[in-house]
Design a protein around this ligand. Structure first.
Ligand SMILES: Nc1ncnc2c1ncn2[C@@H]1O[C@H](COP(=O)(O)OP(=O)(O)OP(=O)(O)O)[C@@H](O)[C@H]1O
Ligand SMILES: [Mg+2]
Length: 258
């Protein structure tokens, strides 16, 4: 049995405002899920809460990762355990190269499974980076750039995908909603996820653009409205949304007396 991320009846408030109102979702290793929904429905609130952003207060429910409740864990620990999150607004870290950043992150992750781990030797790390960059067809020069410093949208995405390739998380959450998805960034994310995807990786892609799903092929599509997942289905659900918008769902919600 692979690892799973299980969200159970999750209620979240931001500045005392209820935003998530009972979210249930299970993402397993080897599955690609897409979470869609209109602006402000709570998608980023869900991803921020999963990663442990302090502004998001969980008032009820659980988040279980690999059989363990992670709600009390710091964001770092969640990521060391193999939960990966591509941030919607990545920050620049001046003076830290992509390679150094990734080596630290990898060593932290290795120490999680073995506290005695002395860290990956530099030559082995170089070899690993080159292997991963080749796999993703990235220029080797990229490893020497300062993280996110003056990065284009596409380069930020490249750094994220490379991080995912090096850390080999069990579950990755990609919040692509507002990240200024120019064509380059869209291509990097789609090709990266497609290349890295396999039985050991589960992905939750958050977007309200149908077009990203033309590249990343989810097996499951969920629609969030007003803090709840109101509809789940297969890839056809995303196509239906593209044709019909969200109105039919709003009507369905109203019809059910919500
Ligand atoms: N840090 C925050 N501070 C204040 N309000 C917030 C914060 N984060 C989220 N909210 C509020 O929570 C609601 C849901 O926002 P959220 O960003 O989760 O929506 P979203 O579904 O990701 O939207 P989009 O498609 O635009 O990315 C909005 O009303 C938003 O203003
Ligand atoms: Mg968002």
């Amino acid at each position: 049995m692979g690892a799973a991320l299980e969200i159970r009846n999750l209620h979240v408030t931001v500045e005392d405002q209820p935003i998530l109102k009972g979210v249930n979702l299970i993402v397993r290793q080897g599955e690609i899920h897409a979470l869609m929904g209109p602006n402000g429905s709570g998608k980023s609130t869900l991803s921020n809460t999963i990663m442990g952003h302090p502004a998001y207060e969980v008032t009820a429910g659980q988040i279980i990762f690999d059989g363990v409740d992670i709600l009390e864990m710091e964001p770092d620990e969640r990521s060391r355990r193999g939960l990966f999150m591509a941030f919607q607004y990545p920050v620049a870290i001046p003076g830290v190269t992509v390679a150094n950043f990734l080596r630290n992150a990898l060593n932290a992750r290795r120490r999680m499974t073995n506290p005695e781990d002395k860290g990956i030797p530099i030559p082995a790390f170089r070899k690993l980076m080159i292997e991963k960059m080749d796999m993703l067809r990235m220029d080797h020069e990229f490893a020497g750039r300062y993280l996110n410093d003056g990065f284009s949208g596409g380069e930020k995405k490249r750094a994220e995908i490379l991080q995912m390739a090096v850390l080999e998380p069990q579950i990755a959450i990609m919040d692509e909603t507002d990240s200024g998805l120019d064509i380059d960034a869209l291509r990097v994310v789609s090709e990266g996820v497609t290349t890295l995807y396999g039985p050991n990786l589960g992905v939750l892609v958050i977007t309200h653009y149908q077009r990203i799903l033309n590249y990343i092929k989810p097996q499951f599509v969920h629609i969030m409205m007003d803090g709840q997942i109101v509809e789940s289905g297969g890839p056809e659900l995303a196509l239906h949304l593209e044709e019909q918008g969200y109105d039919w769902l709003r009507e369905k919600q109203n019809g059910s007396g919500k």
